[in-house]
Design a protein around this ligand. Structure first.
Ligand code: FE2
Ligand code: FE2
Length: 131
């Protein structure tokens, strides 16, 4: 399964945000590796949990930055975070119930999810607070 390769086009210019995005990409790739290696539900479930926890930590960090800088689009950005977390939590619930397995579809979902959010909203955030 293809993994996500860090590309400079993902750079928002805010080091703290960028470093955390690298870590998120790393976790998505770990999940993809675990799936590909045919690791059991326990291992995959743990990596999925780590990814979700780190995502929450990362979103909280960005939200703190938005508050500190009175970022004008904070409400929309926070709503986007909440929706993303809800989507991945829904997936985790189904995964834990055995209703879905980790698959290429999940990897594609996570990849699009992260890349689209970084390229649009996080880019706007980094530029907005650097003014
Ligand atoms: Fe964000
Ligand atoms: Fe982000």
């Amino acid at each position: 399964m293809a993994s996500i390769v860090w590309d400079d086009k993902f750079k928002t210019g805010n080091n703290k945000i960028d470093n955390e995005h690298r870590k998120l990409i790393d976790l998505i790739n770990q999940l993809s590796d675990a799936m590909q290696a045919g690791k059991g539900k326990e291992v995959c479930g743990k990596v999925l949990g780590d990814l979700i926890n780190y995502t929450k930590t990362h979103f909280a960090m960005e939200e703190q930055l938005m508050a500190t800088h009175s970022y004008e689009r904070m409400t929309e950005h926070k709503a986007e975070h909440a929706k993303l977390v809800q989507e991945v939590l829904d997936f985790q619930t189904k995964f834990n119930a055995g209703a879905v397995t980790l698959s290429v579809a999940l990897f594609t979902f996570l990849k699009d999810w992260l890349v689209n959010h970084i390229m649009k909203s996080d880019m706007a955030l980094a530029h907005g607070i650097a003014k």
